[in-house]
Each structure stands twice: as C-alpha cells, then as structure tokens.
Design a binder for this molecule. Sequence first.
Ligand code: MLT
Length: 399
Amino acid sequence: MKINENFLNLKDSYLFATVGKKTTAYKTAHPDRDVIRLSIGDVTLPLAPVVIDAMHRAVDEMSRKETFKGYGPDQYCYGYESLLTSIKDSYRRKGVSLESSEIFISDGAKSDCGNILDIFSADNTVLVPDPVYPVYVDTNIMAGRRIIFADANEQNGFLPMPDKKVKADIIYICSPNNPTGAAYSKAQLKEWVDYALANKAVILYDAAYEYFVDDDSLARSIYQIEGAKECAIELCSYSKTAGFTGVRCGYTVVPQALLRGGVSLNKLWARRQSTKFNGVSYVTQMGAAAVFTEEGERQIKENLAYYRRNAHMISDCLNELGIWYTGGKNSPYIWMKCPNGYDSWAFFDYLLEEANVVGTPGSGFGANGEGFFRLTAFGSEENTREACRRIKNLLINRN
Ligand code: MLT
C-alpha cells in the first residue's frame, strides 16, 4: 500500500483553518475581548424569504407519499428542470444561451474546482495567478500536476495578462477575483480566451463573485466573450450570491462545444458526475431555483446592497488612511497594502492584538501576496463599522 505522496507537498493546514486556529487561541486567552472576524468570506445575512418559502414547500412535498422525491432525475446528473430553467434564464439575461445538458448542479464551486480535475491528465501544466484562492493550487498539488504562476502585483493592478511565451494547458481565472477583488474587463478576458484557444488550453473560470459586478465593461460570465464556449468551463455558486455558504449549492457549466483531442469534455464530466456524485438535495435545489425568479432577484439584490455598503465603508476607511487597495468595488473583498512595511502575518497579529479585528494575511494566497491583507465585506454592518472605527483609531493614533 502506498499513500498519495503528493499530499506531503501541501502546507500543513488550509489557510482559513490556520487563521481560524489563531483566532480561537487568541479568544481563549482573552475571553473578555470582542473579536470581529472579517477574514473568511462567509455571509452573515439570512436566506431570502423567497428561498425559505420554496424550501418549506419542498419539505412538505417530501412528507407526502404522492410528492416524495428520492434520487434526482438522472437525465441531467440529478439537476431538477425548474432549477436548470431558472439558471438558463439568468444566463439569457446576460446574453448567453445555454442548454440544460450544459449545466451540472453541484454542492458549490469549491468542490467542483477540485472535482473537475478528474477529467484532465496529471501531465497537464496548470497556470494560476499569484496570489490565488488556495484551492486551485492545493487540489493540483494533490494530483501531482506542474503549477506555474502568473504574476499579479500592484503594477498590473493584480490582473495579470497572458504571456505568449508561456505554455499552459489548464488556466484558472477568478473574476471578480478572490483574494484581490480586482475584476477583468471584457477586453482583457478576450485576450485570455484567445490565448487559451491558441494553446488548446482550457480555462477554469470561477464566477463565484459575478453577482457583485456593477459595471457593463466587466464580464458576468466568461461566455459573454466570443470563443469562450470552445475553451472554458465556468464554476458558479449560490454561496455569495444568495447566502448559501451553509446550504451548499452551485453549478458548473461545461459547453457542448468544448472538445479536446476530439473528445467532448461535457461527456467526460457527465460520466464523472454520474459515477461519483448523487446530486444535491431536492429541498436545496428548490431553494436555489427561487433565487433567479423576479422576486428572488429583487430580494437577493437587497442583501447584495447591504454587503456593498460594507465594502464602501471599508474602502472609505482605507481612503481616509491613505492606504493602497484593490477591490471593494464590483467585489466583496478589499485587498489592502499593509501599512508601515508590516509583512502579512505581522499585520494580522498587530490587528488582532491591538484592534481585535481578524483579516486574512495576503501571503497565505501566494508569494506575491506578501505585504498585503484581505478584508471581507460579508460581516454585519455593525461589526464592519466598528472594525473600521478600530482600524482608523489604531493606524491614525499609533503612526
Ligand atoms: C474565502 O474567504 O476566500 C472564501 O470564503 C472561501 C470559499 O469560498 O471557499
């Protein structure tokens, strides 16, 4: 018996687990302190009423013999027609037309970011930006793939562009980006699509934060870019859009037009999913189907406006302090430069100890994240206001 030795190449613990452990240790040592967490991007507003009503109705259906559901329909890998239809409608409003067979319901974008790799050879070279959402890197380390990095930095606004001299097979793009909050314009994404087509590469496009886009020059789906259906898989989530971080539901789009070596990636993914996945619960799918109804969109936009106000509050605070940052606009993340030459973890400790505010050290997202720090807008309005007050107080009075 041999273990998968690739796991030995991973860091000891997942970034957010390390942040969580440090925070818990601090709270245990100082039980009287009110610690505000603006670290992991976890939502704080409850589910929209339209979602709750749909889920209640679905639970009632499960209680009656006539309407009870077992496994989901296998035609579309256990996705229910009403949910697929509402997703297709939401794409249509973005100017993108999809078939039901191109949409795969999942338990969230994070799982599928890792799972999708099953359909690719371990020999492929993977291109990820640095800094990056650690899941893209760790899942490829687990599979033993070669990873190369595209430098994201202050000079390019944390939006690296393709380098024709570099040959990659799998390319990860997340826009609006986690962790930096920076978002590619449609014209910039077109360059990535052209690069992928020229290299016969596949883009894994993480659209988990697309709902925060409030600017027509930015894409809400990679399929708004000509040629993307021939080179991109899109991973989407209800987590940040509709507060499903605890409910778990997302969808992955694999277009029928996406072929490599004459093989349909849609067919490979359908084969993988029908073998390893039994679908998302009926109750969850019915809740998700309510999100993109007219009333659902109205309600989730209210929640979005709340998080946007938090993002503005944090941006205003950094503007007042004269601190450089990206994000905060079209994104729930604010990626700030650590003041006074602090490195990322030293600033984490300083902020935790002196202001009792927790963020995420930029270096945890990659070498280029060193000296940067991420705050999220997903906290409560009261906590965000108080965190900003404490940060201003600390950085104005002590420096
Ligand atoms: C984050 O804080 O980066 C996200 O919440 C992580 C995730 O969505 O898995």
